[in-house]
Ligand binder design. Structure first.
Ligand code: F6P
Length: 547
């Protein structure tokens, strides 16, 4: 789909000019001059609330950003994605993860065929399997029920289920434990296997391609571990696979009846809604898994139907574009004020950086504008006591997404009010900063010596004016988590559409994989290949240590 290049369109020039004025604005003043700024610059959708008023923008900025989205044909591109067009143009694939969470009776066409029956056939397979495991009807090789699941996978075949299982901790069943192993570092698998018993452990090998080095090595290690005390004929009771590659699954030795398929029109980082979510269903129960899908679907409907002015993913994306491309901020920090969302920053790193960390347009021309910012972060309040100093007074400005819930899922008194107070105080402090007069008054109230006060003012005052969004959920439930994840998926889509990149491929990670294979061969077969001096030196040190 051809759209004019981002930096050649009228609104790009207008926004560039507008940003020159905006960089002098103080958010304190914007709040003072716009009585209902909070009401005007906030939006609700699918049970979520987004406050984007603490950004350096005004009504004119917003209307220019909305015009930018129009000029970049974001809505047309959105429809092309939902309609199953070949939107991933470098891999010739459709992009239909939204169909995975659509109701059974919807029609979603891909190459003239409705994909919904296939999707729901797999969901039915997942439901039947999950219920058999939970009821104990699915038995291990000695007739005992499964008590532990080891989910093997990496990247998109790991981060989603890992993040969701942590986020929905209050929903975890107490009759089964799900463990995640992703890293090729043997310490990961070793630690996971140590406390487990073969006869009550189920391995899920999840890999879209079923060729990923880390996952295949971990899967072979798991199989060898199992075979140390079990026989080949017992494997079907203990190994299932999730993949698009049936041939490779069979070649590995997993019975086709134990395979849960998905399709090449589901990108790895968009796959938690597919059979890749089997570990989630096992951990929290199938019914809760369907609530998770329903929450995402509610956000899909909103994204597709709401006018851009009140469209949450669109607005979140546009504010991000303003901060990245016009105000020039190089990174975005994610601050979930919820311990259970501890893996959400890592999840978003893959979602946003693998999707939009691109240097050419969809048609292959070099981009001459910035694409994805660096995405990073950690839970609050922990982050406050580690790196927030830089966010308040460092030389780079980093926009922050604060994410929290109005209600906790625990009953411990006092904690949630303290958590929310800190969350809101941080965005307020980042925005307000502290003037020299305020710093002086504070120190005078502490009866400090005037000479000390003047010396400390530069250290104890700071300009503020640092942008943030706040996303509120009522509580962290399967539905609201589904909506939150879909919000960021669509934000990523809109930004990719504006930057005119293919958000659904990841060619950049391939080179490292190929080079790793060569180096591994050098370790294993003691061969040598030409490398640069540094790599040769490092290989030499490792070879000596591995001998
Ligand atoms: O190396 C990146 C990547 O290809 C991701 O895009 C993907 O999610 C991950 O590896 C795992 O791939 P697979 O599911 O095929 O094992």
């Amino acid at each position: 789909m051809n759209a004019p290049l981002f930096n050649t369109i009228n609104t790009f020039t207008q926004l560039t000019e507008h940003a020159k004025t905006a960089s002098a604005w103080q958010m304190r003043d914007l709040f003072a001059s716009q009585a209902n700024r909070f009401g005007e610059l906030s939006v609700s959708a699918a049970g979520l609330f987004l406050d984007y008023s603490k950004n350096r923008l005004n009504r004119e900025t917003l209307s220019l950003l909305l015009a930018l989205a129009r000029e970049c044909r974001v809505e047309e591109k959105r429809e092309a994605m939902f309609a199953g067009e070949i939107f991933n143009n470098t891999e010739h694939r459709a992009v239909l993860h939204t169909a995975l969470r659509a109701p059974r009776n919807d029609t979603v066409l891909f190459e003239g065929k409705n994909v919904m029956p296939e999707i729901h056939a797999v969901l039915d397979q997942m439901e039947a399997f999950t219920r058999r495991v939970h009821s104990g009807e699915w038995k291990g090789c000695t007739g005992q029920r499964i008590t532990d699941v080891v989910k093997i996978g990496i990247g998109g075949s790991d981060l989603g289920p890992r993040m969701v299982c942590q986020a929905l901790r209050p929903y975890l069943r107490d009759d089964i434990r799900v463990h995640f192993v992703s890293n090729v570092d043997g310490h990961d698998m070793d630690a996971a296997l140590k406390p487990l018993k073969r006869e009550t452990t189920l391995f899920i090998v999840a890999s879209k391609t079923f060729t990923t080095l880390e996952t295949m090595l971990n899967a072979h290690t798991a199989r060898n571990w199992f075979l140390q005390g079990g026989s080949e004929s017992d494997l079907p009771k203990h190994f299932v696979a999730i993949s698009t590659n049936a041939e490779a699954v069979t070649a590995f030795g997993i019975h086709p009846d134990n395979m849960f398929p998905f399709w090449d029109w589901v990108g790895g980082r968009y796959s938690v809604w597919s059979a890749i979510g089997l570990s989630v269903a096992l951990a929290i129960g199938y019914d809760h898994f369907t609530e998770f899908l329903a929450g995402a679907h509610a956000m899909d409907v909103h994204f597709r139907q709401a006018r851009p002015e009140i469209n949450m993913p669109m607005l979140l994306a546009l504010v991000g574009i303003w901060n990245r491309n016009f105000l020039g901020y190089p990174s975005v920090s994610i601050a979930p004020y919820l311990q259970d969302l501890g893996n959400f920053p890592s999840y978003l790193q893959q979602l946003e950086m693998e999707s939009n960390g691109k240097h050419v347009t969809r048609s292959g021309a070099a981009v001459t504008w910035h694409t994805s910012p660096v995405v990073w972060g950690n839970v609050g309040t922990n982050g406050q006591h580690a790196y927030f100093q830089l966010l308040h007074q460092g030389t780079d400005i980093t926009p922050i997404d604060f994410i929290t819930t109005l209600k906790p899922s625990h009953k411990l008194p006092g904690h949630h009010a303290a958590l929310l107070a800190n969350c809101f105080a941080q965005s307020e402090a980042l925005m307000l900063g502290k003037t020299a007069d305020e710093a002086r008054a504070d120190m005078q109230a502490q009866k400090m010596a005037p000479a000390d006060i003047e010396q400390l003012i530069p250290h104890r005052s700071f300009p503020g004016n640092r942008p943030s969004n706040t996303i509120l959920l009522n509580s962290l439930r399967p539905e609201s988590l589904g909506a939150l994840v879909a919000l960021y998926e669509h934000k990523t889509f809109v930004q990719g559409a504006i930057w005119d990149v293919n958000s659904f491929d990841q060619w950049g990670v391939e080179l490292g994989k190929v080079l790793a294979k060569t180096i591994l061969e050098e370790f294993e077969a003691n061969t040598s290949h030409p490398h640069d001096g540094s790599t040769t030196g490092l290989i030499g040190l490792a070879k000596a240590a591995l001998e």
